[in-house]
Write a protein that binds this ligand. Structure first.
Ligand SMILES: Cc1cc2nc3c(=O)[nH]c(=O)nc-3n(C[C@H](O)[C@H](O)[C@H](O)COP(=O)(O)OP(=O)(O)OC[C@H]3O[C@@H](n4cnc5c(N)ncnc54)[C@H](O)[C@@H]3O)c2cc1C
Ligand code: FES
Ligand code: FES
Length: 1323
């Protein structure tokens, strides 16, 4: 092997041959593409294979079949050394704006499927790879292919709609297909998109002939690469592999690197010798044997799936039951990208306690072959003794796994597999299982039974006692009861076991067995082996999982009137102005900017303790690492160590007050070195008592400010006079922003104190303030710029200031440009989230459900500093009435000070929590009194002229219009009867239907912030450069602003350009937040344009003259072609005429109806249908507005149903990446998703009669939560439980299952709070 030294690494990227003489085995393909080749289209988001933003296509010649195989991979987990002899294609390689767009790129842009665009290149490459393999896939195949690609903006619908054109399911109507375009009330729109021409696979670039011609050279020769830290071997014979294993006993075999890559990157494991065993024939062969199919250990999971599927078609069903179980499991195993590289052997040898395949292999007694140097091949059975301890099997470290044989099943043998995860697609198991029963010949007497579970211990385990005890018994009704008793003993879990959800996991073990029992019983009954009464129809619902089909939907909006001029873009569905460059990778985000000369990098050093005194910080080990330039901390601050706006100390000095509390940073010549060196900073702490939860804060009287109160009416009298009173509590958890782009800044020092800051911030004025304050320079020296963000959602209002200020300190200290890009885990630890809330209420109401009195206390978990919590709480308190008039109402807010990272703004800011609380109260009244949810809500609606509890008069109220329209559109009453009928005939699957109204006040809570500026510069060629104070973060703000400018100036949109947002063009900007972006900036832009119009007026009269003529003439006459616009929302504050207080400029309204189906045995759920009616006034751009509605709705769905932010009792974040923090993926969206914009409701107050849209629709997803609650209610009725039950948010699978309450949950009652130390705490 050694003689292979000196070999070059050779591969192709987008057709170009790349030769590396000294590749670094620790370097990933992603790093190489972005940093070495500066192909920055491929994005870096998580580094752990969990988001798909780094997806590229790999093409490989298959010499056996003389074909080319194309497959998608996550570049972040692909070692650069593994691509020898392969061709890599990135989005830059398939199309560009400079040449031509590929249809896959064009289509996602045209269908409005690219908002912030950070996910787009990854989406494009997944779809592209699918088409290269299958030019006409079905829509379901498209959905499955995209399940490993996360998008936080769009809600996926427009992406799927865009790609429908490539699918078999696209209808022959082409662009006129009702599925392809929005359904509108007017004929056609002149600007409606033209759809892309059909995909033509023959036009694709050819596979590099060199890789085919010289296949042997690339693939049949051993390789060796090394740096002074790591050696990489790629043997091509088993002998070489075994020799290497003997020579380097501590070496690591590596195939897909999907496990090893995680260990090295996130668990700090070091492997000095890596042996890539992907080219050893014995490990890649697939053979049919008498017992089953023997797969070489390095065969990828995609290949396993393909072979099993094919074999299934050719063999009798009874022989392929284990195969079916594996295929079924692989459907839910991670993403396509992971399955394309991960190996079957890697899964076994990782021996993870939540491996999806090991329970199947153990229950099916799969046979393995292992070998080591000098010994014969051994056969090892995956039996009950195979797994020894955590990640240890009986295979010794010196052994190499050669193969695994997946056995054929036999006639009297039945097999099933089960997996329950938090999210349906691409998620690791909470509990999984493989179950096999063998019957005595043609009977129902159990001869053998194998039950293997994952997620119940430190290893995959078999339920040994149950297996033994049930042998010899009949497969009858009593079996389940006996099994449940023994399973409890077989599969114990301690109260603090890692993973938490103890009772749920234990319940799943028996619920799965029940499903297994029913499935087998049904088959025995069908074969007439069991006689007598068949399984009741209603019980079959436990095992029937209907295929729901691909997601479909409609979008309805009004087209502009025929009278509107063709070049007036207002109200037209114009495509996001940078969508095209986002698809091709040409759009430049901050970390895509080319490195500047001498650029340095900084990695953060932060606290790992919730609260502690800092005793000592030892940076010596870090500073010794080659490439490290230095360390900075509070002692380097020249200005103040305090961020005034958010009332927060910037860098810790003596004490840390949360995990993630910033202490300093390591500066180095590369980001990798800086990150690595930061791990060697030794910090000595002395622990101090910490407060983590709201309950802790209440008990310790720990608050940040005084508690504000709003009161209307007479509370005491209200309670005296009301007919009914209820009291209760409800909790809503945190939500991580999960912008795909993390917090990022590049800081460039200039002359003297001048400094330029490129900041991924939605509030660049705050970045400017932070940098100026920390550096001790005046603000006019600090210029901040942002072109676009890869998502903001409120998370980049204040939290981006820290990154920019730290980078600025380093830049000034070393007088070099400094780049700081947070890794995903650092980002999640160092930045706050949406505030968790506890609502405590006492509500008085009439018997028919009219609320007459409410005393509400809202407790917000604010974390370790104020940040924006006071403003957030104010919004929560003002908007917690939703659409309901409450005559006697007192709401008191509490800002709980705790030792978690300071929580911050998040789309829907306080309203999300406040509205959840009031809707839960409403539901409490309804459920407790068995009232009609529609009628009770209607009864409480505001009417025009009503005053809110903060004394604002409601005018132009559109609640009823939205509500009525939504009831109609959703066919609510007919479907309600159908749901009831479904629930009557199904015991273990239940459905719920719920409709929720929405009122949302638009304005910043702080009056001062309701202002905006714009600057318009016109050049002598007639082109217009527009600047305004808003930040483009995917919401289409720049597009809308260009539409406003175009309409006001009367020129085509393509004459207008917006470059970036900068503090030097428009000063003192407010955050782009609170949904006010288009309202405030739109008016400022309009005012600036009107000034220009006025100046050009004298030139417009000349017949036949054009815009360009007017501009030239004005210039010749020395008329200024530059104008500013300034706008402040009028009428906010106290109105003496009506003695009212206008907190909001106006209100937006909406309604949404959702139907959900739950699996009562597992807690799994599907959203079957959602209908939304939203009032956006006269939409500026209906495509963008609908995109915001769908995206916000799905983000809200994540909040209320899925996103389980977990923190340990000691205040350490557990969910630090997409691996365990699950945002919605494509499989979560409603199977039918209909959105319509309310007609004929121009808004008299905002620009071109439009209304704000960014935040309000997020709240509509409460309909999914309430529909789920209603489905659970139906399940509880089956066991006689009627009336209200508490359901906190998020309603994750464990909450749903445990709320259903039946004989299985009864066995494992929820532990009382405080009786044991749990794995995680509710914040
Ligand atoms: C994003 C993501 C999602 C995932 N989702 C799932 C999931 O849903 N379900 C699930 O079960 N797993 C999941 N995994 C875990 C992982 O993908 C699987 O365990 C995979 O099968 C590992 O295969 P690999 O080839 O990538 O292993 P590698 O990382 O290459 O190797 C894994 C281990 O196996 C050892 N090994 C490999 N081959 C041999 C051999 N021939 N002889 C001896 N030792 C060997 C290696 O030395 C190493 O210790 C996920 C991982 C990621 C990153
Ligand atoms: S960056 Fe590779 S999957 Fe997220
Ligand atoms: S457009 Fe998908 S993450 Fe922003």
């Amino acid at each position: 092997m050694e003689n292979q030294k000196g070999h070059n690494l050779v591969f192709y990227v987008n057709g170009e041959k790349i030769t590396e003489s000294q590749p670094d085995p620790t370097c990933t393909l992603l790093y190489y593409l972005r940093k070495t080749l500066t192909l920055t289209g491929t994005k870096s988001v998580c580094g752990e294979g969990g988001c798909g933003a780094c997806t590229v296509m790999i093409s490989k010649y298959d010499d056996k079949n003389n074909t080319i195989r194309h497959y998608s991979v996550n570049a972040c987990l692909t070692p650069i050394c593994s691509v020898h002899g392969l061709a890599v294609t990135t989005t830059e390689g398939i199309g560009s704006l400079r040449t031509r767009l590929h249809p896959v790129q064009e289509q996602i842009a045209k269908s409005h499927g690219s908002q912030c665009g950070f996910c787009t290149p990854g989406m494009v490459m997944s779809m592209y790879t699918l088409l290269r393999n299958n030019p006409q896939p079905t829509m379901l195949q498209i959905e499955k292919y995209l399940e490993g690609n996360l998008c936080r903006c769009t809600g996926y619908r427009p992406i799927l709609d865009g790609y429908r054109i490539f699918s078999k399911d696209a209808c022959g109507m082409g662009e006129n297909c009702c599925q392809n375009k929005s359904q509108n009330d007017n004929k056609t729109d002149k600007n409606t998109n033209v759809y892309t021409s059909p995909y033509d696979p023959t036009q694709e670039p050819i596979f590099p002939p060199d890789l085919k011609i010289n296949f042997g050279e690339y693939n049949k020769k051993a390789l060796m690469f090394e740096t002074n830290l790591v050696k990489w071997y790629r043997p091509v014979t088993l002998t070489d592999l075994l020799d290497l294993k003997e020579e380097y006993p501590d070496s690591k075999i590596i195939i897909g690197n999907t496990e090893v890559g995680i260990e090295t990157r996130f668990k700090n494991m070091k492997y000095p010798v890596l042996i890539n065993a992907s080219h050893v024939p014995e490990l890649t062969d697939i053979n049919f044997t008498e017992d089953g199919i023997k797969f070489g250990a390095s065969v990828t999971l995609s290949k396993v799936d393909e072979v099993l599927e094919k074999t299934k078609e050719d063999l009798p069903e009874e022989k392929t039951r284990v195969f079916t179980a594996v295929i079924e499991m692989l459907k839910w195993f991670s993403s396509k990208q992971i399955r394309n590289t991960a190996s079957i052997g890697g899964n076994i040898m990782t021996a993870s306690p939540i491996s999806d395949l090991n329970p199947i292999f153990q229950a099916s007694s799969a046979k393995l072959e292992v070998v080591s140097k000098g010994s014969k091949i051994k056969e090892v059975l995956m039996d009950k003794d195979f797994f020894q301890s955590y990640r240890q099997t009986i295979i010794s470290a010196s052994d190499v796994l050669l193969s695994v044989t997946i056995p054929f099943s036999r006639k009297n043998e039945y097999f099933e597999s089960f997996k329950q995860a938090l999210r349906k697609d691409d998620d690791i198991a909470i509990v999984n299982a493989g179950m096999r029963v063998v019957f005595e010949n043609e009977s129902d007497i159990i001869k053998e039974l194998y039950l293997s579970y994952g997620g119940m211990a430190a290893t995959t385990v078999m339920a040994k006692t149950t297996m033994q005890k049930l042998v010899g018994r009949k497969w009858d009704n009593n079996l389940v009861q006996v099994a449940c008793q023994t399973l409890e003993g077989d599969l114990p879990l301690k109260a603090d076991a890692p993973g938490g959800a103890i009772e749920y996991r234990r319940t799943l073990t028996t619920s799965f067995f029940f499903k297994f029992y029913l499935t087998v019983a049904q088959q025995l009954y069908n074969k007439e082996i069991i006689h007598g009464t068949p399984i009741p129809r209603s019980h079959l619902s436990a095992i029937e999982t209907p295929e729901l089909g691909p997601s479909t939907g409609s979008q309805v909006y009004e087209l502009v009137s025929a009278a509107q001029k063709d070049d007036n873009p207002i109200g037209r569905p114009i495509v996001h102005t940078s969508a095209y460059q986002q698809t091709t990778g040409e759009a430049v985000y901050i970390d895509d900017m080319l490195p500047l000369k001498g650029e340095l990098f900084i990695a953060p050093v932060y606290s790992s303790k919730a609260r502690a005194t800092l005793l000592n910080i030892d940076t010596s080990a870090s500073l010794e690492i080659q490439g490290v330039i230095g360390y900075i901390d509070h002692s380097d601050i020249k200005g103040v160590n305090y961020l005034e706006v958010i009332e927060e100390q910037f860098l810790a000095v003596d004490e840390v007050t949360c995990e993630g509390c910033l202490i300093g940073g390591i500066v180095a010549t590369s980001s990798e070195i800086a990150r690595e060196a930061s791990k060697y900073v030794k910090i000595e702490y002395q622990d101090l008592p910490a407060i983590i939860t709201i309950e802790d804060a209440i008990n310790n009287n720990s608050y940040l400010n005084k508690s504000p109160v709003y009161i209307t009416g007479n509370i005491e009298k209200g309670f005296e006079e009301c007919e009914e009173i209820l009291e209760g509590e409800i909790h809503i958890g945190a939500q991580e922003h999960f912008c795909l782009e993390t917090q990022t800044a590049i800081v460039v020092p200039k002359e003297r104190d001048e400094i330029d800051v490129y900041t991924a911030s939605q509030r660049i004025t705050f970045t400017q303030d932070s940098v100026a304050d920390v550096l001790g320079v005046s603000k006019n020296k600090v210029k901040c710029f942002v072109k676009r963000l890869g998502g903001g959602f409120g998370g980049k209002e204040t939290q981006s200031g820290h990154v920019a200020a730290l980078a600025a300190m380093a830049a000034t200290k070393y007088n070099k440009p400094v780049r700081m890009v947070l890794e995903r885990d650092d980002d999640m630890i160092m930045t706050g989230t949406r505030h968790p809330f506890l609502g405590k209420y006492k509500v008085g109401f009439s018997r028919d459900g009219r609320i007459t009195c409410l005393d509400l206390n809202l407790y917000a978990n604010c974390g370790n500093s104020l940040d924006m919590s006071a403003a957030m709480l104010q919004d929560a308190m003002k908007k917690c009435d939703n659409c309901y008039k409450i005559p006697n109402f007192r709401v008191t807010g509490h800002l709980c000070k705790t030792n978690i990272r300071s929580n911050t703004a998040f789309r829907g800011f306080g309203t999300v929590q406040g509205m959840f609380v009031i809707e839960s109260i409403m539901q409490h009244i309804i459920d407790d009194n068995r009232l009609d949810p529609v009628k009770v809500r209607e009864l409480n609606f505001y009417r025009d002229g009503d005053r809110t509890h903060y004394n604002q008069i409601i005018t132009e109220c559109n609640i009823n219009s939205c509500w009525e329209e939504c009831l109609k559109q959703s066919d609510y009453y007919t479907r309600k009867s159908k749901v009831e009928e479904f629930n009557r005939i199904n015991r273990w699957r239940k459905r719920g239907l719920a409709i929720i109204p929405l009122k949302y006040g638009i304005a910043f809570g702080l009056k001062m912030l309701n202002q905006a500026g714009a600057l318009i510069n016109i050049y002598t060629d007639g082109s217009v450069l527009l600047a305004h104070g808003g930040v483009e973060m995917g919401q289409g703000l720049h597009t809308k602003m260009m539409q406003v400018a175009s309409a006001t100036l009367g020129i085509p949109v393509d004459k207008i350009h917006i470059d970036e947002t900068g503090t030097n063009t428009v000063p003192n900007t407010s955050a782009t937040a609170a949904s006010t972006g288009s309202d405030l900036n739109g008016m400022a832009v309009k005012i600036a344009c009107e000034k220009i119009n006025k100046r050009l007026e004298p030139y417009k009269n000349e017949k036949g003259s054009t815009w360009n003529d007017w501009v030239l003439k004005a210039y010749s006459d020395r008329i200024s072609l530059s104008a500013t616009g300034f706008y402040k929302s009028p009428g906010l504050g106290h109105d003496p005429d009506t003695d009212s207080d206008n907190s909001f400029f106006y209100y937006s309204y909406g309604a949404s109806c959702s139907e959900v189906e739950i699996d009562c045995l597992t807690g799994d759920h599907s959203v079957l249908r959602t209908d939304i009616v939203m009032d956006v006034g006269s939409s500026l751009n209906p495509a963008i507005d609908i995109g915001q509605i769908e995206g916000a709705f799905i983000q809200g769905y994540g909040l209320y149903m899925l996103e389980d932010y977990k923190v340990s009792p000691s205040g350490n974040l557990i969910t630090k990446g997409p691996g365990n923090y699950k945002i919605p993926s494509v499989g979560n969206i409603p199977r039918q998703f209909n959105v319509s914009l309310l007609k004929d409701t121009p808004n008299t107050k905002a620009v071109y009669s439009s209304k704000a849209i960014g935040e309000p629709p997020l709240l509509l997803s409460i309909s999914v939560f309430m529909a789920t609650k209603s489905a659970i209610m139906a399940a509880r009725h089956e066991t006689g439980r009627r009336g209200y039950f508490r359901l906190d948010s998020p309603a994750t699978a464990d909450c749903i299952r445990m709320a259903c309450q039946d004989e299985f949950t009864k066995q494992f009652p929820l532990a009382e709070e405080g009786t044991s130390s749990p794995w995680s705490v509710r914040l």
